[in-house]
Design a protein around this ligand. Structure first.
Ligand code: SF4
Length: 410
């Protein structure tokens, strides 16, 4: 078979086999039951409420399906991933068990590729890959299975357009996240002297807006270290014409506000008549991210005493589900059921901190517990967390017979 790049779905028979395996590995009858019966369940002290949208998004579903299918298509070949396919330890462990290998972390360079040999297959994760890395892998004739999500490709299309029109891409994201690294690389792939700047949050955007409006960039380098911007970035020159983009998993409301703040600052500086020559923006918020964030908002508005947010500790979108919850109710970001040590202690990750043991997470007496999971959290993990919460609250999940009878009736 001639090597190349594929981003096409597997053939129907292979797809059926893969989907069965995925259901076995990552599905949960309990979660399916709860979805089918109104997202609520009461037992013991616990009144459980599930967010209306949680767990694997369409991009993650597709990435994991393509990776599993690659194992079937190339049973005798070594398969590498350029990084975690998604940010969930359960999924990455499963891929490692299936023989997937990971390229060593680090910048695109010979050290990262030294283990690759002719005939190897390389899977690109849902976040995409650095454009230079992709060019290197294609050049050397490796078989590429590209699972880059369509919503990420949509962002890339925008930043490439900005670069071609000599606008600087201002990207709301985390500069060291794989997706944002890949998005920045698209700017310079489209135009070698293309410029970009990564803005982490509204606070930074407001400071940047003030600099643009006042044309005073004296504080720029204090706020934006070199790693956040393209090489030889000159704020006076490179912030004259800006186009907005975002990492797809950022807080949706914050991305929209940042866009509005920078648009207004640009209008203050250049006037409304000339705004289109200096400011561009497209909606590149991923709908799956938006739906999951809105579902948490709605769940809390409906009344919960505490929230459990499930997802990899390095998962950006899960972190934002926690951020939405905190300040409104007690909320805990956990990776799996093993984090629920007992009714008193929970191993959870605070916002912007390292995982730690927290106390008093599930007080005695009746409790309404809201549950959600990030876009990279399998239902199997959510299901085990639900069972554990019920157990700690002195309750039990529905019996296997009840679940089976309900699911058969659907
Ligand atoms: S969160 Fe959005 S952009 Fe990211 S993989 Fe899922 S659907 Fe794609």
């Amino acid at each position: 078979m001639k090597p190349g790049k594929t981003n096409k779905p597997p053939a129907p028979e292979l797809r059926r086999a893969v989907d069965e395996l995925l259901e076995y590995d990552f599905g949960s009858d309990l979660v399916r039951y709860l979805r089918a019966t109104g997202y609520e369940y009461v037992s013991g002290d616990i009144q459980l409420r599930l967010a209306a949208e949680f767990g694997f998004c369409y991009g993650v579903d597709r990435a994991v399906e393509y990776a599993f299918a690659a194992r079937y298509r190339f049973p005798d070949r070594r398969i590498y991933l350029t990084g975690e396919i998604i940010h969930n330890p359960r999924v990455n462990r499963r891929l490692a068990e299936m023989g997937f290998r990971f390229l060593p972390a680090g910048d695109a360079g010979e050290a990262r590729y030294r283990d690759l040999a002719a005939g190897d297959v390389v899977v690109i994760p849902a976040f995409g890959a650095d454009a230079r890395e992709m060019a290197y892998l294609l050049d050397r004739g490796f078989e590429i299975v590209d699972t880059t999500c369509g919503s990420v490709l949509n962002v890339w299309k925008r930043v490439r357009l900005y670069a071609e029109r000599e606008f600087t891409s201002v990207i709301h994201g985390k500069h060291d996240h794989e997706e944002t690294i890949a998005t920045c690389s698209q700017v310079t792939a489209a135009r070698p002297d293309g410029a970009y700047l990564v803005v982490r949050d509204l606070h930074e955007a407001e400071a940047l807006a003030e600099m643009i409006a006042e044309a005073d960039f004296s504080a720029f380098s204090d706020l934006f270290p070199a790693a956040r911007a393209s090489r030889r970035f000159e704020p006076e020159r490179d912030l004259e014409r800006i186009g907005l983009a975002n990492q797809t998993t950022m807080l949706e409301s914050e991305s929209r506000t940042i866009q509005a703040v920078l648009k207004s600052a640009t209008a203050r500086r250049y006037g409304d008549e000339d705004l289109n020559d200096h400011f561009l923006a497209f909606d590149t918020i991923c709908s799956a991210t938006e739906d999951r964030q809105k579902a948490v908002d709605d769940l809390i508005a409906g009344g919960v005493d505490r929230m459990i947010v499930i997802g990899g500790f390095n998962s950006s979108n899960t972190g934002h589900l926690l951020e939405i919850s905190l300040g409104r109710v007690s909320a805990y970001h956990i990776e799996s059921a093993e984090c629920l040590l007992d009714r008193e202690r929970i191993r959870a990750k605070p916002e912007n901190g390292e995982p730690e043991i927290m106390k008093g997470w599930l007080p005695a007496g009746p409790q309404v517990v809201g549950i959600t999971g990030g876009a990279s959290t399998p239902d199997s993990v959510v299901g085990r967390v639900i069972s554990r919460v019920l157990e700690l609250g002195g309750g039990t999940p529905p019996s296997r017979e009840t679940i089976r009878a309900t699911l058969e009736g659907i």
